[in-house]
Design a protein around this ligand. Structure first.
Ligand code: PEP
Ligand code: MN
Length: 357
C-alpha cells in the first residue's frame, strides 16, 4: 500500500496531535474547545464525535446532524481541519454537505467487514482522508482488512488509530494496549501513520501521560487525546477528557526522542563521509612525503652509482607491511596490490632522477 500523508505537509511533524471533545454536545462547547486548542497552537486535527456509539441504550448518543454546522464552523474559524466518526454512508453524506473531509472509523465499526465495505463503497472516488481505529478485539487482520478495503476504494490518505482492546478483567486501563499489535501493523504497512489514543486506552486522566510517553518511545506517529472545555461536565467519557490547558501541559511534558529513520541515517552517512574526506587528505599528505623521501634516496643512489632496486630492503618492507596489515585487520591481498603500485611509482620516480643530467 502506498500511503499518502493524512494532511499535506503536517504528517512529518511528530507527534501529530489530534484533540477535541469525545462528543459534540452544544455549539458553545465545540467552539470554546476548538478556540482554546487553536490558541495553544499544538493541535493538527480537531476531533469531534457527532454520532456516538454507546454500549447501552438510553444515554446521550451525540447531538447528531445538528452538530455538523458547529464542527464546520470550528474548523473554519480556527483553521484546524476537523475529523468526525462515520459509521454508515448516511453519516458520510451529511458530513460532506458541511465540507467535512476527514473521518475516522470507530472500533465498533472496524470489527464488522460488512459495515467497513459499505463505507468503502460510499467513499470511493472522494478526496478524503480516513483514520481507522483498531477493532475492539485484538485482531490485527481485522484492522488490516479495514485499511485494505478503504485502500482498494482509492482512499490512500490513511492512518491507524490505536485505542486499545476490550478485555474482561478489571484493570487500571479501560482498554488493553497490546502494543505488539500496532507495532506489527507499522511493520506490515510502510508509511502508515499509527496514532495512539491514550484517552480510550486509559479511561482516566491520571494515566494519559504515561501512555502517551510510551507511544512516543515506541515510535508511534501521533496522539489522539479527548479534550473538553469542561471535562467534568462532559456527557460522554468525562473521566478521561482533559481541558485544553491540561492537554498542552501533557504535550510539553513528553520527551520526544528521534525516530531512527531516513533523516538520521542520512546524518550518519554524512558523518562518516566527513571522516573519509579527512582521511583521504591525510593519505595524500603521507603519499606525498613518502614519494619525496623516495626521490631523496634516488638522488643518493645516483650519486653513489647504486642500483635502484635494493631487493632485500624491498622484501623487508613487504614483510613488515603484511604483518602489520594482519594486526590492523586489513586484507593482505589489498596491501600487496597497493605496495606493488607504490613500488612501481617509486622506481619510475628514481628512473627519472637517474636520467637527469
Ligand atoms: C471516540 O473516539 O470517541 C470513540 C467512540 O472511540 P472508539 O471507537 O475507539 O471507542
Ligand atoms: Mn470517547
Amino acid at each position: 500500500m502506498h500511503i499518502q500523508p493524512l494532511l499535506a505537509g503536517a504528517l512529518r511533524k511528530r507527534p501529530l496531535v489530534i484533540a477535541g471533545p469525545c462528543s459534540a454536545e452544544r455549539e458553545e462547547q465545540v467552539m470554546a474547545t476548538a478556540r482554546a486548542l487553536a490558541a495553544g497552537g499544538r493541535t493538527d486535527i480537531f476531533r469531534v464525535g457527532v454520532w456516538k456509539p454507546r454500549t447501552r441504550p438510553g444515554r446521550f448518543e451525540g447531538a447528531g446532524e445538528v452538530a455538523l454546522p458547529w464542527v464546520a464552523r470550528a474548523a473554519k474559524e480556527t483553521g484546524i481541519p476537523a475529523a468526525i466518526e462515520i459509521a454508515n454512508p448516511k453519516h458520510l453524506e451529511l458530513a460532506l454537505k458541511h465540507q467535512i473531509h476527514l473521518f475516522w472509523l470507530g472500533a465498533r465499526t472496524v470489527v464488522n467487514p460488512f459495515m467497513v465495505q459499505e463505507l468503502a463503497d460510499a467513499l470511493k472516488g472522494l478526496e478524503v482522508a480516513v483514520m481507522v481505529k483498531n477493532p475492539v478485539n485484538p485482531d490485527i487482520n481485522l484492522w488490516m482488512g479495514a485499511l485494505e478495503r478503504l485502500y482498494k476504494a482509492g482512499i490512500t490518505r490513511l492512518a491507524a488509530v490505536h485505542r486499545g482492546f476490550s478485555h474482561f478483567e478489571s484493570a487500571p486501563l479501560r482498554n488493553k494496549p497490546f502494543w505488539e499489535i500496532p507495532i506489527a501493523l507499522k511493520r506490515r504497512v510502510r508509511n502508515l501513520p499509527v496514532i495512539t489514543d491514550p484517552s480510550h486506552i486509559c479511561g482516566q486522566r491520571a494515566l494519559l501521560r504515561e501512555v502517551a510517553q510510551k507511544a512516543m518511545d515506541l515510535e508511534m506517529d501521533g496522539v489522539m487525546i479527548e479534550t473538553h472545555i469542561n471535562p467534568d461536565e462532559a456527557l460522554t467519557d468525562a473521566r478521561q477528557q482533559v481541558t485544553p490547558e491540561a492537554l498542552h501541559a501533557l504535550l510539553d511534558s513528553l520527551t520526544i526522542r528521534k525516530v531512527a529513520m531516513a533523516e538520521s541515517f542520512e546524518q550518519q552517512v554524512q558523518k562518516w563521509r566527513g571522516i573519509i574526506d579527512e582521511k583521504d587528505q591525510e593519505l595524500l599528505n603521507v603519499l606525498s612525503s613518502r614519494l619525496a623521501a623516495v626521490a631523496e634516496i634516488g638522488k643518493l643512489k645516483k650519486d653513489h652509482h647504486v642500483t635502484i632496486l635494493q631487493i632485500d630492503r624491498w622484501n623487508q618492507t613487504v614483510e613488515r607491511y603484511l604483518e602489520e596489515a594482519v594486526k590492523f585487520g586489513i586484507n593482505p591481498d589489498f596491501i600487496k596490490r597497493m605496495l606493488w603500485l607504490l613500488h612501481e611509482e617509486s622506481i619510475r620516480l628514481q628512473e627519472d632522477i637517474f636520467r637527469e643530467e
